[in-house]
Design a binder for this molecule. Structure first.
Ligand code: GDG
Length: 460
C-alpha cells in the first residue's frame, strides 16, 4: 500500500480534537498507512534568508509531521502577499481587493521551490502526494523539475473564478500551466470545474480528450469536482458530548422565549457579513413582530488580522452591529450579539442545535462546512432551518436549504421571515433530505473518491 503524503500550507496534529477541518478529514487516511503531512511550521524567523527555512520533523502517532519555517519576508510576500492579497481575493471574485505587488509573485515561487526542495528529501518512490489549496499551486511543477515522478494530486478548497476574472492575475497563464504538472486536479463544485474547462480551452487552446482529461502545454491532466464533506458521525458525537450539551442547556433557557438566528465563520470579506446584518435589519423593519424576539448571534473568529482589508471589515461590522442595537435594542433585548472570538470546537454544536435559523450567506465560498455542521447538529424531531447562499459551493448539493442571493437585502429578509415561520413538518422534511445529502457525500467519501481517481488517473 502506498504511503499518503499530504501537503498544505498549515499542518495540524490529527490526533487533537480541537484541530477540526482538514485535520479531521485527513487524519484517518494518514493514520492508516503511516502517512506524512508536510507544510509551513507557522513559525516566522525575523531576519532569516528568503527562500530558506529549516525542516522539522515530529511524530504524531503513526503520522510524521514535517514542517518548514519561513523568514519574515517570505511570510509577508508569499503568505500575506501573493496567497492572500492576490489569489484569495481574485478566486473569491474580488478584483477590487486584490493587490498585485511586484514582490509577491517572486516570493510565491521561492517558497514553493523551498517546499519542493525540502519535501523531496522525504519522499519514497511509491508515495501518493496530495497537495492542498491555492498557496501551493506550483508545487508539483517544482517537484517535477527536481525529478519527482510520483503521482501528485491537487485539491482547490476555494472557488475557481471564470476566465475573465482569472485573467486579471498577471501570472494567470503561469498558474494554470502549473496545474498541468498534476495527475489530477480537484475542485469543490461543478461550477468551478466548468470555469477550469472554459479557461483552458479559451486561453490555452486545450484539447478536451473526454472524461475530463485536458491536453495543453504539452501535458495532460484530469480534472474533477469532489465536493468536500464533514465527518457526520464525529460531529453528531460532539453534539452529544458534555461541552456541547452544556452550551445547549445554557442557551436553551434564554432562547426558549426568543428565536435565535446564528452565523459562524472566520471574519472574512468572502462570508458576506455586512450584507447579512443589513438583511437582519431589514427583517426587523419589515416584520416588526420579530422585535424583542429574533436575536442574531454572530461569531466571527479572528483571521488574517495583519491585513488592512480584514481590519477595515472588522470596523464596518462593529459599526453595523452598534447601529442595529442602538436603533432597535431595548433594555431587556439586544437584536445582535456579535463576538469577535473563537468558540471552542467542542461547544460549537450546542450553539448550532439551539439556533432556529442558521445564516450561511457568503458572497462566494468554495464549499462552506458550517452549513453541513449545522445540519449534522440538529435534532431531527425539531430541526432548525438552513439559509444558504446560492454562491456557496454547498448550494449545488444542499438544495433543500432555503437558497438566497446575499446581495438582495429585501429578498434575504423575506427568506429569514419564512424560515422563522416554517411549520414543523416542512422543517423536518427539509432536514431529513439535507442530512441524507451530507451523509452520502461525507468527508470519507470525498477523500476516498479523490484518492481513487488519483490512483486511476492516466499519467500524462
Ligand atoms: C475553506 C474554504 C471550504 C469557524 N468559526 C469557528 C470555527 N469555525 C470552523 C467551522 C468550520 C471551519 O471553521 C470553517 O470552514 P468553512 O468551510 O466554513 O470555511 P473556510 O475556513 O473559509 O474554509 C471553504 C473549506 O476550506 C474546506 O474545503 O469549505 O469554502 O473557504 O469547520 O466550524 N471553529 C471553532 N470556533 C469558531 O469560532 N472551533
Amino acid at each position: 500500500m502506498s504511503r499518503l503524503v499530504v501537503v498544505s500550507n498549515r499542518v495540524a496534529d490529527p490526533r487533537k480534537a480541537a484541530a477540526g477541518g482538514l485535520a479531521v478529514a485527513l487524519g484517518d487516511a494518514l493514520n492508516t498507512a503511516g502517512g506524512l503531512w508536510f507544510g509551513w511550521s507557522g513559525t516566522v524567523i525575523e531576519g532569516g534568508a528568503p527562500g530558506e527555512g529549516e525542516l522539522h520533523q515530529q511524530k504524531a502517532g503513526t503520522v510524521t509531521l514535517a514542517t518548514v519555517d519561513l523568514c519574515a519576508e517570505d511570510h509577508a510576500d508569499y503568505y500575506l502577499g501573493y496567497s492572500n492579497s492576490v489569489l484569495w481575493p481574485v478566486f473569491h471574485y474580488r478584483l477590487d481587493l486584490a493587490r498585485f505587488d511586484a514582490g509577491y509573485f517572486g516570493a510565491y515561487r521561492r517558497v514553493n521551490r523551498l517546499f519542493a526542495r525540502q519535501l523531496l528529501t522525504l519522499l519514497r518512490p511509491d508515495d501518493i502526494i496530495w497537495v492542498h489549496d491555492y498557496h501551493l499551486i506550483p508545487l508539483a511543477d517544482e517537484l517535477r523539475a527536481l525529478g519527482a515522478t510520483q503521482r501528485i494530486g491537487f485539491f482547490l478548497h476555494v472557488p475557481l473564478p471564470p476566465q475573465q476574472l482569472l485573467a486579471a492575475i498577471p501570472q494567470h497563464e503561469w498558474l494554470m500551466h502549473a496545474l498541468f504538472a498534476y495527475d489530477l486536479v480537484g475542485f469543490q463544485s461543478e461550477a468551478d470545474l466548468e470555469n477550469f474547462s472554459r479557461y483552458v480551452r479559451a486561453e490555452a487552446g486545450a484539447e478536451d480528450l473526454g472524461d475530463n482529461y485536458y491536453k495543453a502545454f504539452g501535458r495532460t491532466v484530469q480534472a474533477g469536482a469532489f465536493p468536500i464533506g464533514i465527518d457526520v458521525d464525529e460531529f453528531a458525537a460532539l453534539t452529544h458530548g458534555k461541552d456541547a450539551r452544556e452550551m445547549y442547556e445554557r442557551m436553551k433557557d434564554e432562547y426558549s422565549r426568543r428565536q435565535l438566528l446564528l452565523g459562524v465563520e472566520r471574519l472574512d470579506y468572502s462570508k458576506g457579513l455586512p450584507q447579512r446584518l443589513r438583511a437582519f435589519k431589514a427583517l426587523l423593519k419589515k416584520y416588526p413582530e420579530n422585535l424583542r424576539s429574533a436575536t442574531l448571534i454572530q461569531i466571527a473568529s479572528p483571521s488574517r488580522e495583519a491585513m488592512d482589508t480584514y481590519t477595515d471589515l472588522l470596523q464596518e461590522l462593529e459599526s453595523l452591529c452598534g447601529a442595529i442595537n442602538g436603533d432597535f435594542g431595548e433594555l431587556d433585548w439586544m437584536p445582535v450579539r456579535y463576538m469577535h472570538r473563537n468558540v471552542a470546537r467542542k461547544r460549537l454544536p450546542g450553539l448550532y442545535r439551539v439556533a432556529r435559523v442558521a445564516l450561511v450567506t457568503p458572497l462566494r465560498d468554495g464549499m462552506n462546512l458550517v452549513a453541513k455542521e449545522f445540519i449534522a447538529a440538529q435534532d431531527p424531531a425539531d430541526p432548525g432551518v438552513l439559509i444558504l447562499s446560492r454562491f456557496a459551493g454547498a448550494a449545488e448539493q444542499l438544495k433543500d436549504a432555503l437558497l438566497v442571493n446575499p446581495y438582495d437585502t429585501d429578498g434575504m429578509a423575506d427568506t429569514i421571515q419564512r424560515a422563522l415561520q416554517m411549520p414543523l413538518q416542512e422543517r423536518q422534511a427539509r432536514h431529513q433530505t439535507l442530512l441524507k445529502n451530507i451523509r452520502e457525500q461525507d468527508v470519507h467519501w470525498w477523500r476516498m473518491t479523490f484518492l481513487k481517481a488519483l490512483g486511476a488517473a492516466a499519467r500524462g
